[in-house]
Write a protein that binds this ligand. Structure first.
Ligand SMILES: [Cu+2]
Length: 121
């Protein structure tokens, strides 16, 4: 399960996500990934499409433009990571695990990019 439900970042900040799957199940039964979606993408719709994309590690190839950052799949005992630059636009960006059923089980979270520091905060 994803334990980290929120991440806060500054615009343009470099972020590294490292994901380790602890499981003794075969990869076909249990693996995880981490996919950061562009602002405004319907995470539920993306997850639904991902179920059909088994041949592409559950990343729907026709929705690549909705992805800001992604890891590969990590099966039991494997670690994957991705380094990316946080978006410049302040706001909330959903991230999910697109392995079938995992989004519905709650493997999702929100990356919040904070606004430029002003006196109104
Ligand atoms: Cu998962």
């Amino acid at each position: 399960m994803l334990l980290l439900e929120t991440i806060t970042a500054q615009p343009g900040e470099e972020i590294r996500i490292r994901l380790k799957t602890e499981s003794t199940l075969p990869a076909s039964a249990m693996a995880h990934n981490w996919i950061l979606l562009a602002m405004g993408v319907d995470a539920q719709a993306f997850a639904n499409a991902a179920v059909q994309a088994k041949d592409n590690d559950y990343i729907p190839s026709d929705r690549q433009d909705e992805i800001l950052a992604e890891t590969g799949l990590a099966a039991g005992g494997e670690t994957v990571e991705v380094t990316f630059t946080a978006p410049e636009e302040p706001g909330d960006y959903d991230y999910i695990c697109s392995f079938p059923g995992h989004f519905a089980a709650g493997m999702k979270g929100v990356l919040t990019v904070e606004g430029s520091s002003g006196s109104d905060m």
